[in-house]
Design a protein around this ligand. Structure first.
Ligand SMILES: Cc1cc2nc3c(=O)[nH]c(=O)nc-3n(C[C@H](O)[C@H](O)[C@H](O)COP(=O)(O)OP(=O)(O)OC[C@H]3O[C@@H](n4cnc5c(N)ncnc54)[C@H](O)[C@@H]3O)c2cc1C
Ligand SMILES: NC(=O)c1ccc[n+]([C@@H]2O[C@H](COP(=O)([O-])OP(=O)(O)OC[C@H]3O[C@@H](n4cnc5c(N)ncnc54)[C@H](O)[C@@H]3O)[C@@H](O)[C@H]2O)c1
Length: 473
């Protein structure tokens, strides 16, 4: 092994989150190395957020066009053209641009598998099999992301199911598809692949609704849309056995009610688990079991006042790119403050957003966006809750968007303090409304103040006026 290279900060994992930690730490006056085993840019850039949205965009646009009389698509969606555009959005799986971004920070990019190797140390197995030793003066940050969870269903692993990777990088859309799971991945990928050629798509959803962590009407409206478009959604059903006798041949998925579904592919969308395996946690006395728990400055709680930090999917707080990048800004800045002896307890150096209920958009048709707590979460947390709902289709700005506009909105109010705890919008063209709700929830804007934020006529944002009138303002 060669001599060790020394940096102020070592980041393991160059997904959107790891890259941003390095960016902030260097901005704060430190040196940084970023270790990446596969592609700089992470899951998000190549196999998750970006390609899935590239696949969904034409589907949403086609649906929008179909809702305006006088506009017509000239034929079905050209799947080959959509896949070609998807390939462009993922830079044809070439991470040269991302590596360039890291080097411009400037930070040192190290290609290879990183592992902790004792306090403040890491070692990297490079692609040619060499080992490179790194030492950090101040901090090591684990930003290794997450891996898909494959449930222990007999025959499922052997059937080589698709995960988000195969689904987002699809080259040949299977005609018959079974999707296990009704969360964000299951919903987004079912709708995209169904519209692009998976005409026989069946979803096995263990819960009694889609997106079961959102307000119930969100999953119901989405299920109506799926069923109208021909996606077969089976609620309360789990896969119990899978058979694929010939590798690459048809696959049969058996459900717990005795029904069986034959398909060309099966997509597992049953959640993700923090990537903590084989990253050397045992060398610093930690177990590789579950998320790496952190305090509000992103420091691992198992090593108090220590040098180890964990950000993004690997800490299990909110598996969303924007939340991981927010944590990265906190983390990079706090490490720099501590290293330079500056105050490390300023408000911007603590994560306060993750516990409030992260903003999230599911890019389906209809779009589903939510921030903060649902009504049932707010009640469980002991707030004096009053919740109001409104039919989005009755808003002028919305029904101008589309004939038969279907959507719904809800705000959950802490009735004692008259501030918002959570907001949900479901419908076409609602995604850009979400940030107004995020501001109101995060800043705890009193409703009596919010009342004076007048939405323009005729925009979809007049939903705010209607919700507040429903509340009694
Ligand atoms: C299909 C899909 C769609 C999604 N869509 C959205 C969306 O629209 N919006 C949104 O906010 N979120 C979305 N997400 C979630 C989002 O992808 C993740 O929250 C985000 O990628 C987390 O970023 P990260 O940097 O923590 O991890 P990752 O993006 O997983 O990056 C981790 C990186 O670390 C590397 N790595 C791991 N272990 C090592 C090691 N030992 N040594 C070196 N390198 C290592 C990996 O190769 C990887 O590049 C989606 C997820 C999926 C699956
Ligand atoms: N647009 C977005 O923001 C977006 C899109 C995709 C994914 N993501 C994020 O990526 C992560 C992974 O998403 P996901 O949908 O895979 O996970 P998830 O955990 O959000 O949903 C998985 C679903 O599968 C179900 N499930 C779990 N085990 C099962 C089993 N054995 N049989 C049947 N059903 C089972 C769960 O009840 C749940 O409804 C999430 O954190 C999600 O928020 C975000």
């Amino acid at each position: 092994m060669a001599d060790e290279d020394v940096f102020d900060v070592i980041v393991i994992g160059a997904g959107p989150v790891g890259e941003n930690v390095a960016g902030r730490a260097v901005r704060g006056g430190l040196t940084a190395a970023v270790v990446e085993e596969r592609l700089a840019g992470g899951e998000c850039a190549y196999y998750a957020c970006i390609p899935s949205k590239a696949l969904l965009r034409p589907v949403g646009l086609a649906a929008e066009v179909s809702r305006i009389p006088g506009l017509e698509l000239r034929g079905p969606i050209d799947t080959a053209a959509v896949l070609a555009r998807r390939d462009k959005t993922v830079s044809h799986l070439d991470d040269g641009g991302q590596v360039g971004w890291i080097e411009n920070v400037p930070a040192t990019f190290v290609r290879g598998r990183g592992r902790l190797a004792g306090p403040l140390r890491a070692e990297v197995t490079t692609p040619d099999g060499d080992t490179r030793a790194l030492r950090a003066r101040h901090a090591v940050v684990v930003a290794t992301g997450s891996d898909p969870y494959i449930p222990d269903v007999p025959g499922l692993r052997e059937a080589r199911p698709w995960t988000n990777r195969e689904a987002t990088s699809v080259q040949q859309v299977p005609k018959r598809l079974v999707v296990i799971g009704g969360g964000p991945v299951g919903c987004e990928m079912s709708q995209a692949l169904h519209a692009l050629g998976a005409h026989e798509t069946t979803m096995l959803v263990r819960a009694d609704r889609l997106l079961d962590r959102t307000e119930p009407f969100a999953g119901e409206l989405l299920a109506n849309s799926f069923q109208e478009s021909g996606i077969d959604v089976r609620f309360g059903r789990s896969a119990v056995r899978v058979e694929r006798p010939v590798p690459g041949g048809p696959v049969t998925v058996h459900a717990d009610d005795g029904s069986r579904f034959e398909a060309d592919e099966v997509l597992v969308a049953t959640g993700r688990r923090p990537a903590v395996g084989d990253i050397g946690l045992e060398t610093v006395g930690l177990e590789a079991r579950g998320p790496i728990e952190v305090d509000a400055s992103m420091r691992a709680t198992a090593l108090p006042d220590g040098w180890l930090y964990a950000v993004g999917d690997v800490n299990g707080r909110n598996m969303l790119t924007h939340m991981g990048k927010y944590q990265a800004r906190v983390c990079g800045d706090v490490i720099a403050a501590r290293a330079k002896g500056r105050p490390d307890d300023l408000p911007a150096l603590r994560d306060t957003a993750d516990d409030r209920g992260a903003p999230q958009v599911i890019f389906t048709d209809p779009e589903v966006c939510a921030v903060g707590r649902t009504e049932s979460q707010a009640r469980a947390d002991g707030f004096a809750v009053r919740a109001v709902e409104y039919d989005m289709g009755a808003v002028s700005g919305a029904y101008l968007q589309a004939d038969d506009y279907t959507g719904r909105a809800k705000m959950v109010v802490d009735d004692g303090r008259r501030v918002l705890l959570g907001v949900t919008f479901v419908g076409p063209a609602v995604v850009d409304l979400l940030h107004s709700a995020t501001i109101a929830v995060t800043a705890e804007v009193p409703l009596d103040q919010l009342w004076h934020a007048v939405p323009s006529f005729p925009t979809v944002s007049e939903i705010w006026l209607h919700l507040m009138e429903e509340y009694g303002l």
